[in-house]
Design a binder for this molecule. Structure first.
Ligand SMILES: NC(=O)c1ccc[n+]([C@@H]2O[C@H](COP(=O)([O-])OP(=O)(O)OC[C@H]3O[C@@H](n4cnc5c(N)ncnc54)[C@H](OP(=O)(O)O)[C@@H]3O)[C@@H](O)[C@H]2O)c1
Length: 273
């Protein structure tokens, strides 16, 4: 069987590609820039833009299942052409679809719900890899993490587990019409994550809890836009219950326990040293 992965050059998509290859499946990958995709040998790379459905026909040809992102563009704007994309999938005879979801459903999810396709929405909570984005420089250069809301709880999920669920769902089938929230195996406070990261890299890491005003000032100093800053304050300060409530879905679908943050930190230790 052949599976198409969209967002294949992204954090989760690269891992979906890897999981499908490991499962012995043929993989096609969609990207806006095939020349820069840098995907493993054996992956068929096709050019296409999810923001322009006219570019997608060839990508869906002869494919059993598709892993979709629900945005188009580097600003993560919701896919406007969800309905046309679902029509193209149905016309091409695609059977199964997984969607990497964000906080809210958009036109793609609405169109899938009304379709005959076997769709599964994957709604991960916070990715463990966010710590790489937000903390690596502070740890590497100053040995300290500066953030507001040190007591905040999060049930962060390992990106590889999101990918493992997507691959299982696509290859095995039998998960149609479901929405899966995906979490890691435990909910940790920010201060606990800092301790575990320190243990993984073999170095004590300081934690400086910022007030909201200090955090706004620091992020603005990094060149972050006002909208992103407010999004972060809201996400970190008001993590919804779903973001810190552990669910067993990863293990139920993949048959193996969800990976812990300590495992993630050991795998990625070099990036913090
Ligand atoms: N970070 C978190 O904590 C978190 C938590 C829950 C949900 N999420 C969700 O996860 C998603 C982000 O996933 P990620 O981090 O794996 O992505 P990412 O690393 O930011 O990569 C973005 C991917 O999207 C592709 N892309 C963007 N616009 C495209 C377009 N118009 N046509 C085709 N492909 C396009 C890019 O492909 P090319 O550049 O190769 O074309 C790239 O592969 C978002 O929906 C977010 O809401 C994130």
């Amino acid at each position: 069987m052949t599976f198409l992965v969209t967002g294949a050059t992204g954090t989760v998509g690269r891992l979906v590609v890897a999981e499908l290859l490991e499962a012995g499946q043929r993989v096609r990958a969609l990207t806006r820039n095939p020349a820069e995709a840098d995907l493993p040998a054996g992956v068929e790379v096709v050019g296409g833009d999810l923001g322009d459905p006219g570019t997608l026909g060839r990508a869906f040809d002869g494919v059993t299942g598709v892993h979709l992102i629900n945005f188009a563009g580097d600003d993560y704007a919701p896919l406007r052409h969800g309905e046309q994309i679902v029509e193209l999938l149905a016309e091409a005879g695609v059977k199964r679809v997984t969607v990497l979801g964000g906080r809210v459903d958009g036109p793609l999810e609405t169109a899938l719900a009304a379709s005959e396709l076997e769709w599964t929405l994957l709604n991960p909570v916070e990715f463990m890899s966010n710590t790489l984005k937000w903390w690596a420089d502070g740890v590497r250069y100053q040995g300290v993490i500066r953030e507001p809301f040190g007591g905040r709880l999060s049930a962060m999920v390992h990106e590889r587990d999101i990918a493992a669920v997507a691959a299982r769902v696509l290859v095995e089938g039998g998960h149609g019409g479901r929405t899966y929230t995906l979490t890691g195996p435990e909910a940790l406070r920010t201060t606990e994550k800092v301790e575990r990261l320190g243990a993984a890299i073999g170095k004590e890491i300081g934690f400086e809890e910022l007030t909201e005003a200090q955090a706004r000032e620091m992020w603005a100093g990094f060149g972050m836009g006002q909208e992103t800053i407010e999004f972060l304050i809201d996400t970190l300060g008001n993590t919804p219950e779903v973001g810190y409530t552990v669910v067993p879905t990863v293990e139920e679908v993949t048959g193996r326990p969800a990976r812990s943050f300590s495992e993630w930190a050991r795998e990625n230790a070099a990036s913090f040293r």
